[in-house]
Design a protein around this ligand. Structure first.
Ligand SMILES: Cc1cc2nc3c(=O)[nH]c(=O)nc-3n(C[C@H](O)[C@H](O)[C@H](O)COP(=O)(O)OP(=O)(O)OC[C@H]3O[C@@H](n4cnc5c(N)ncnc54)[C@H](O)[C@@H]3O)c2cc1C
Length: 418
C-alpha cells in the first residue's frame, strides 16, 4: 500500500489502513513542518480524526477551539454557533497552523510503525505489471516501489491527475487569494474570539481572519481580478491597504507579519475520475472548490475515510463498487458545498445570512452544512440543497415579512434589511 503525500488526507488514509491490518507506506516530497494554507477546520473533521485514532494527538497540541463562524458585512453580523445544529455532531473544532497540524498527524502515524519517508518524491507511476511508483528519495537516489494499491493524497502536487491524464477543468471561475500570518493582532474577547471571521468586503471580495492559539493569526483576501484591481499589486501593500480601508479588519492594524504576504491564484481544480484499477485519489488530489466555507480539509479527511473502507474490503477479497461506495458520496457531499460556494459568490448566501431574521430551525440546518455535515440526508439543505438555497434567497430578497414554509408545517420568518 503506497500513500503519496503526508497531508491530512495521506495521514488519515495511512492510519485507517494500518488500523485495518494492512501495511501502508507513506512517501512525502517535503520535509515537515512545511507551510500549507487551509487552517480552519470544520466539526465533521473531528469524527474522521477520531475514527483514525488521530484525535488525541491533535488535541494535545492545544489548538484554538473554533465554536462557529461569524459573517460580517459592515455593521451587519451573522453568527453561526456549531452548538446550534440540526445534525447531531461536534459542537467545535480547531483552527490550526497547518505546518504543526500536519506534522502532528504524520508523527502519530509514524509512531504506530507506519514508514513515513520525508523528502521522497514520486516522479512516475506504472500500472502495466501491477501498481509501481518511481521515487527519488531524500538522498537523491531513484528507486521503484511496487505496491498492491496506490493512494494519491498529493494535494496540490496532483501526482496521478498529471501522470494519468485525469485533470479536468473546474466549474468555478478562477479566483485569487492574498494571505499572510500576523502577530500582535488585537483580538476580540468573548465568543467572537472562538470564530472564524468571514468579512464581506466593500471591494466585492471577502476576507478570512483565523486566529491560532500560538498568538499568530491567518488573514487573507479572496476575489477575482476586479477585486484585486482596487488594491496595490504587491501582496504586502495589498493587505496593508485592506486593513486600513476595511473597518472589520481594524483588529489587524499595526500587527507584524509572521509569514510574509503571498498570493495564490487558480487553485480550484477537478478530475475526470477518482478511482481506477489499483489506485484512487483522495483529498485535494481529487477536486478543490474554494476556501470560503473551509471545506478542504474536511473533504480530504472524509474522502480518505471512505476510500480506506473500499480498499480494506477490496483487499480482503470483497467485490467493491467504487462508483457507488466512493465516487457517488464524494460527488454528493462536494455538490452541497458547490451550491453554497456558488450562492456565496452570486450574493445569494450573503443576502440570506444578513436578512434580519431567519427562523432558528432553518439556521440550524444551514449551520450543519457549514459544520461539514453534508452527508446527512435528513437535512433538506443537504438533500435538496440547490432548491432550498434558492427558495430561501427568494424569501430573503422579496423582503417578505413572513413565509409559510414546508418544513414540517413550521412557520419560517425571513425579513430583509434591504
Ligand atoms: C486560499 C486557500 C485557503 C484555504 N483555506 C482552507 C481552510 O480554511 N480550511 C480548509 O479545510 N481548507 C482550506 N483550504 C484547502 C486546503 O488547503 C486543502 O484542501 C487541504 O490542504 C487538502 O489536504 P490534502 O491532504 O489533500 O493535501 P495537502 O495538504 O496539500 O498535502 C499533500 C502532500 O503531498 C505532498 N506531495 C505533493 N506532491 C508529491 C509527490 N510528487 N510525491 C510525494 N509527495 C507529494 C505535498 O508535499 C503535501 O505535503 C484552502 C485552500 C486555499 C487555496
Amino acid at each position: 500500500m503506497l500513500v503519496i503525500g503526508a497531508g491530512p488526507a495521506g495521514s488519515a488514509m495511512a492510519a485507517l489502513l494500518h488500523q485495518g491490518g494492512l501495511r501502508p507506506m507513506v512517501v512525502e516530497k517535503q520535509r515537515f513542518p512545511r507551510f500549507v494554507i487551509g487552517e480552519s477546520l470544520l466539526p465533521r473533521c473531528m469524527d474522521v480524526l477520531q475514527d483514525a485514532g488521530l484525535l488525541e494527538a491533535a488535541r494535545a497540541r492545544g489548538y484554538l477551539v473554533k465554536r462557529g463562524a461569524l459573517f460580517l458585512r459592515g455593521a451587519e453580523r451573522c453568527d453561526f454557533s456549531f452548538a446550534a445544529q440540526f445534525t447531531k455532531g461536534w459542537d467545535h473544532t480547531w483552527q490550526v497552523p497547518r505546518g504543526d497540524f500536519d506534522e502532528t498527524l504524520a508523527s502519530a502515524v509514524a509512531a504506530r510503525g507506519v514508514p513515513v519517508h520525508f523528502g521522497c518524491e514520486v516522479r512516475a507511476v506504472d500500472f502495466a505489471k501491477g501498481p509501481r511508483a518511481r521515487v527519488v528519495d531524500a538522498e537523491g537516489k531513484e528507486r521503484e516501489i511496487a505496491a498492491r494499491f496506490i493512494v494519491d493524497a498529493s494535494g496540490y502536487g496532483r501526482v496521478l491527475p498529471r501522470l494519468l491524464d485525469l485533470e479536468a477543468p473546474s466549474a468555478l471561475p478562477p479566483r485569487k487569494a492574498v494571505f499572510a500570518h500576523v502577530r500582535g493582532e488585537k483580538r476580540p474577547g468573548g465568543e467572537d474570539a472562538q470564530r472564524i471571521w468571514i468579512i464581506v468586503s466593500a471591494s466585492g471580495g471577502w476576507i478570512w481572519i483565523i486566529p491560532f492559539s500560538n498568538g499568530v493569526t491567518s488573514v487573507g483576501l479572496v476575489g477575482d481580478e476586479q477585486v484585486f484591481a482596487q488594491f496595490p499589486r504587491e501582496p504586502d501593500a495589498c493587505l496593508r491597504r485592506l486593513f486600513e480601508v476595511e473597518e472589520n479588519c481594524a483588529r489587524l492594524r499595526g500587527a507584524e507579519w509572521a509569514l510574509s504576504p503571498r498570493a495564490l491564484a487558480g487553485y480550484s481544480c477537478a478530475v475526470k475520475r477518482i478511482h481506477g484499477d489499483g489506485f484512487c485519489l483522495v483529498g485535494n488530489a481529487t477536486e478543490f472548490l474554494d476556501p470560503v466555507f473551509s471545506s478542504g480539509v474536511t473533504l480530504a479527511l472524509e474522502s480518505a475515510r471512505r476510500a480506506a473502507r473500499c480498499i480494506l474490503r477490496e483487499l480482503s477479497g470483497e467485490r467493491v463498487d467504487w462508483q457507488v461506495d466512493y465516487a457517488a458520496p464524494m460527488t454528493a457531499g462536494t455538490g452541497v458545498f458547490r451550491t453554497f460556494v456558488s450562492a456565496w459568490y452570486e450574493g445569494k448566501l450573503p443576502a440570506i445570512f444578513f436578512a434580519e431574521q431567519v427562523d432558528q430551525a432553518v439556521r440550524e440546518k444551514i449551520c450543519s452544512v457549514l459544520a461539514g455535515y453534508v452527508w446527512d440526508e435528513k437535512n433538506p439543505f443537504v438533500r435538496d440543497h440547490a432548491r432550498k438555497v434558492e427558495q430561501l434567497y427568494r424569501l430573503a430578497t422579496a423582503g417578505r415579512a413572513e413565509a409559510r414554509g414546508s418544513e414540517g408545517g413550521r412557520e419560517r420568518a425571513v425579513r430583509s434589511r434591504r
